[in-house]
Write a protein that binds this ligand. Sequence first.
Ligand SMILES: *Cc1c(COP(=O)(O)O)cnc(C)c1O
Length: 365
Amino acid sequence: MEVLFSTVKKMHEEIKEELLNDFRRVFESNWFITGKEDAKFEQAFAEYQNRKYCIGCGNGLDAMMLSLKALGISTGDEVIIPSNTFIATALAVSYTGATPIFVEPRIETYNINPELIEERVTSKTKAVIAVHLYGQPAEMDKICNIVKKHNLFLIEDCAQAHGAIYRGTKIGRFGISAAFSFYPGKNLGALGDAGAVVTDDENLAETIRALSNYGSIEKYNHIYQGNNSRLDEVQAALLYIKLKYLDKWNKERQRIARRYLTEIKNSKVLLPKIIDEVEHVWHIFAIRCRDRDRLEQYLEERGIGTNKHYPIPLHLQKAYQDLNIPKGTYPIAEEISATELSIPMYYGMTDEEIRYVIDSINEFE
Ligand SMILES: *Cc1c(COP(=O)(O)O)cnc(C)c1O
C-alpha cells in the first residue's frame, strides 16, 4: 500500500466545480490584482478570525515581515522567536534589519517554552513572535503576561494553525497582529503562494496595506519604500471558497490525530503532547524516535511518506552562520531536529491508510 505524506487531492476533488466556477468568473472579469475578490476574502477571513482588519498579501513570510516593519522594528532591535520553527519566522525578523533571538521550545509540545523568554529580554527587545507550531497553540496566557510586563509587541505566526483554539479563543486574536500563510499545503491553502495579516489596529492595518503595495496610500503617491506583496484576485476567490470548508477539514485532521494518539503503541516512539484546553489543528503530526532515520527508512520501504520538521535547526543553518551560534547552544531544538518525524496527515486519508500507518509504526522494532 502507498500512503502519501500529504495531498490536497480529495479536498479539491470535492469542491472542484465551485473552484472552477470561481476561477472562470475571475478569468472573465479581466481584473487580477487588488479588486473585489480580495476585498471579499479579506472581509470573510477577518470575520472568521473575529478581527477588524485583514490585509491579504503575497505569502506568509511577507505577512510577518510587513507586520514587523509597520510596527517600526528595524536595525538594532531584537525580536524573540522559538529556536524550533520554519526559517520564515527568523527571516521576517532579519529582513527588517533586526536580530532574531532564539528561545528553546518544550520538547513535549514543540512550542516555545514561556519560562525561558524573560531571560532573553534586553533593552533592545521590541517584540516576541509566538509560533503555533504544527497546529498547536503556544502557551498564550504566559506569553501575553511576559509581553505586557516588558511592554513588547506580540505577533503571532499562525502559518500552521488556521482555526486552532486556545482556551476558547481562536489563535490570531492574541497579538497586535497575526500572520497567516496560505501556501498550498497549509490547513487553508491557496493554489499558489498567498498570505494575510489580521489586526484590530486601524493605523497598523493601513500601514501594512500601504507597505504591501509599494508604500502607496493612493496610486502613485508613495509614503514608504514599500514592498510588492499583494493577494492575487484568483487566489482570493479560491481561498474564499476553501475557507468555508476549513473547520470541516480540521475536524477530520483531529479525528486522524485521535486515532494516532490512542492506537500508536510502540515504546520506541514518542507521541506529541497537547496542552490543556486547546484545539490543535494538526498541520503536522510530529512523533519522535531515537532511531528516527531508521524509522523513516522503514516507513519508506512500506510505501509511507514522511517528512522532517526541521532537519537543521535555525541557529545551525548556513544562512545564519553570521550569528556565530555554536552547536550545543540550543540542545532542545537540536534534539527535535535529530529525532522528529512527521507522519501522514491530511483530509482524505482513508481508514485503511490510517490503519496501515498505525500498524506499520507499531510493528517497527
Ligand atoms: C509556511 C510557514 C511560514 C511562511 O509561509 P509562506 O507562505 O511559505 O511564506 C511561516 N512560518 C511558519 C511556521 C510556516 O510553517
